[in-house]
Design a protein. Structure first.
Length: 213
């Protein structure tokens, strides 16, 4: 499962060779997963992933916390390479932080094989999904007034139902990540003053309820 600084929500890690479904990211281990299990640390990670680099003071103001608290939790996340210091923005007055390259992936075999690992993975995944839902609701309520009709027409909310095998689901996930990474690299080279932060949500999973139908 991943909340990368691109693909942001979760997709289960396939039980097949790792290189078959590239470019999935390597999942973090139990020490890093435990460090991320704190609710405020998940909120900090979401803020940095959704909106880009920030200082401890900026995060404190957004999240209703003290800067001492956000600074402490940032340092804990940095110990496990979940966030890194943004040296290009840093100054002598205050440190800037950003998500580590590649974002965060959870749900690897090492963590899911234990009850504790499964519980923490579920907790973090639910927090991520609640954040995604919150962002989407805000867009639906305020998007038109904030961005105008042209941006609303450029946006897409898509749900598609497919009949696929496990291998085909892995292929779909892989093609999605490849597409996002390819476009990110392409757009980096295109100069524009009309850029806005955009969240892309993509969910692909077998429906559990079909087993009861």
């Amino acid at each position: 499962m991943s909340n990368a600084d691109a693909p942001e929500s979760a997709a289960s890690t396939p039980a097949t060779p790792a290189d078959e479904y590239e470019p999935h990211f390597e999942s973090i281990g139990m020490p890093a997963l435990r460090a991320l299990a704190h609710p405020l640390r998940v909120e900090i990670m979401n803020e940095l992933s959704d909106f880009g680099p920030a200082t401890a003071s900026m995060l404190a103001e957004r999240l209703g916390e003290s800067s001492g608290s956000t600074s402490y939790h940032l340092r804990q996340l940095a110990k496990h390479d979940i966030v890194v210091e943004d040296e290009e923005r840093g100054s002598g007055r205050e440190r800037w932080w950003r998500m580590a390259p590649g974002g965060v992936s959870i749900g690897g075999a090492e963590t899911l094989e234990t009850p504790a690992g499964r519980e923490i993975t579920e907790q973090i995944s639910l927090n991520w999904q609640q954040n995604n839902e919150r962002r989407l609701k805000t867009f639906l309520r305020r998007g038109l007034d904030t961005f105008g009709m042209e941006w609303m027409e450029a946006a897409a909310l898509s749900t598609t139902h497919l009949e696929v095998t496990r291998e085909q689901l892995g292929e779909l996930s892989t093609e999605y990540y490849r597409m996002v990474n390819r476009l990110k690299e392409k757009w980096k080279a295109e100069a524009s003053d009309d850029r806005k932060r955009v969240q892309v949500q993509f969910n692909a999973f077998p429906l559990v309820e079909q087993e009861d139908r």
